[in-house]
Design a protein around this ligand. Structure first.
Ligand SMILES: Cc1cc2nc3c(=O)[nH]c(=O)nc-3n(C[C@H](O)[C@H](O)[C@H](O)COP(=O)(O)OP(=O)(O)OC[C@H]3O[C@@H](n4cnc5c(N)ncnc54)[C@H](O)[C@@H]3O)c2cc1C
Length: 406
């Protein structure tokens, strides 16, 4: 099972050919990580999907392997690698099991948020443990009444003047890893309407409940939860960064998250494509193999064009993220391109496989159920196309207007 393709390597090489560590990183992705995907992740994907079970042991093992630590500094026992290598690895993991990979992506978003915005004390407390899989993280922005319109979130914090503790009230919904996390990156609103972020743990004073959300159509290998806080006391030094900056942090984290979802979606698309191509070599009709029909060949080209475009945009946005650039538009465009590609490819792979594609045995139909989440999560594609991307395009026109015809 190929869990590191030539296209992944070529795309990384186009960006990193001059990087002295490039060879070692390719060796890691094509060696230990690809083997882990083939031996530990892929064989459990169908079962995780059927049972809605999350492979927590594999998250820990991936941490031990060093995968999640790739982009973090040596201080946290990381490799200081460009985010694009993490994206490539996540693509491989998603190809093996997109439900499990979603959990890894969100865990990474939470870790990255702490790494970028938390105090040194919190970073020392969490980053190494999270990036080595000894703790699990999650990201809590969405609520039952606020998704795309995230500014309307209602989960609130007040302050106990005597102890300095923050007191959380309210809830979060759709939280990936919410049942298994140790560190909850939670956004809550203060009396002034400004959002702050907190690194929340279980077991403090007050009520903190986790309720499993069941019956998802896809990404069933990830666990999803509703979180409920009632007078839940968060120690004062668990504030992340500065009071009132939490919404900014969340938006930055979503930019990085969109890159990871672009990679995740590319893995789904590549998986569906390869399973279809395998079948198309075996199936015969009208005296030909399915693979030899003109229409099949045209559709395969369209699939590969879409997959490669999404992959290139994703790895490139990841590179810009590592450079510290504003990636709002690049990440949004990559996410839209890759997630639209994954839905297109998974849907075409099913239809072109005929009845075989429509049943579980083909292992293709799961890819479509998983892929559909990509359009909704980490900023729905409509919102990215109506708001986030046009904002960047307007800015670009303001800075470099087209003033003359030629
Ligand atoms: C399986 C799963 C896992 C998730 N994991 C997490 C997580 O870990 N952490 C977290 O915080 N959240 C998570 N989410 C939440 C996810 O980010 C939201 O579902 C997403 O932001 C969309 O919000 P919503 O579901 O409330 O839809 P709504 O915001 O109600 O949107 C409904 C529809 O309206 C469209 N729409 C919205 N605004 C506009 C507009 N201005 N113009 C036109 N159309 C518009 C949307 O595209 C969508 O089609 C998860 C969701 C799912 C399903």
């Amino acid at each position: 099972m190929p869990f590191f393709t030539r296209d992944q390597q070529d795309t990384l090489e186009a960006i990193h050919h001059a990087n002295p560590a490039h060879g070692d990183l390719i060796e890691f992705l094509s060696g230990p990580l690809a083997t882990f995907c083939a031996e530990k992740i892929a064989p459990r994907a169908a079962r995780n999907d059927a049972d809605e079970s999350f492979a927590a042991d594999n998250l820990r093992a991936l941490g031990e392997l060093g995968f999640m630590a790739l982009p973090f500094s040596e201080k946290y026992d990381g490799m200081g690698a460009c985010f694009s290598y993490l994206a490539a690895g996540l693509e491989s993991i998603a190809k093996a099991d997109a439900g499990f990979a979603l959990a890894i992506a969100i865990h990474g978003t939470a870790t990255d948020g702490l790494y970028r915005f938390a105090s040194d004390r919190l970073k020392d407390k969490y980053v190494e443990k999270l990036s080595h899989g000894r703790l699990t993280g999650c990201f809590g922005l969405t609520e039952t009444t606020s998704g795309s319109d995230a500014k309307t979130l209602k989960c609130s914090w007040t302050r106990d003047a005597a102890t300095g503790e923050y007191i959380l009230n309210g809830g979060k919904y759709w939280i990936t890893n919410g049942m298994t996390a140790d560190v909850f990156f939670i956004m809550a609103k203060g009396a002034d309407g400004k959002v702050s972020s907190f690194a929340v743990e279980k077991g403090w004073k007050g009520t903190f409940e986790q309720h499993k959300i069941e019956g998802k159509m896809g990404v069933r290998g990830s666990n999803t939860a509703e979180l409920v806080f009632a007078d839940y006391r968060v120690p004062k030094d668990q504030l992340i960064g500065e009071e009132g900056k939490g919404f900014n942090y969340a938006m930055h984290m979503l930019n990085g998250g969109r890159v990871t979802i672009g990679a995740w979606a590319t893995g789904i698309a590549q998986g569906a494509y390869e399973k279809f191509v395998k079948y198309a070599h075996e199936r015969e009709l009208f005296g030909k193999r399915l693979i030899d029909l003109d229409n099949t060949r045209r559709e395969m080209s369209e699939m590969q064009i879409a997959i490669n475009a999404g992959r290139m945009m994703t790895y490139q946005a990841a590179w810009w993220k590592t450079r510290g650039a504003d990636i709002a538009a690049k990440a949004a465009m990559a996410k839209v391109a890759a997630t639209e590609a994954s839905v297109h490819v998974a849907e075409r792979a099913i239809e072109l496989s005929g009845g075989y594609g429509y049943v579980e045995d083909s292992r293709i139909e799961r890819h479509l159920r998983d892929a559909l989440l990509g359009r909704i999560g980490e900023g729905a594609n409509e919102v990215l196309k109506i708001m986030v991307i046009p904002r960047a395009l307007e800015k670009e026109f303001a800075e470099r207007p087209t003033t003359q015809l030629w």
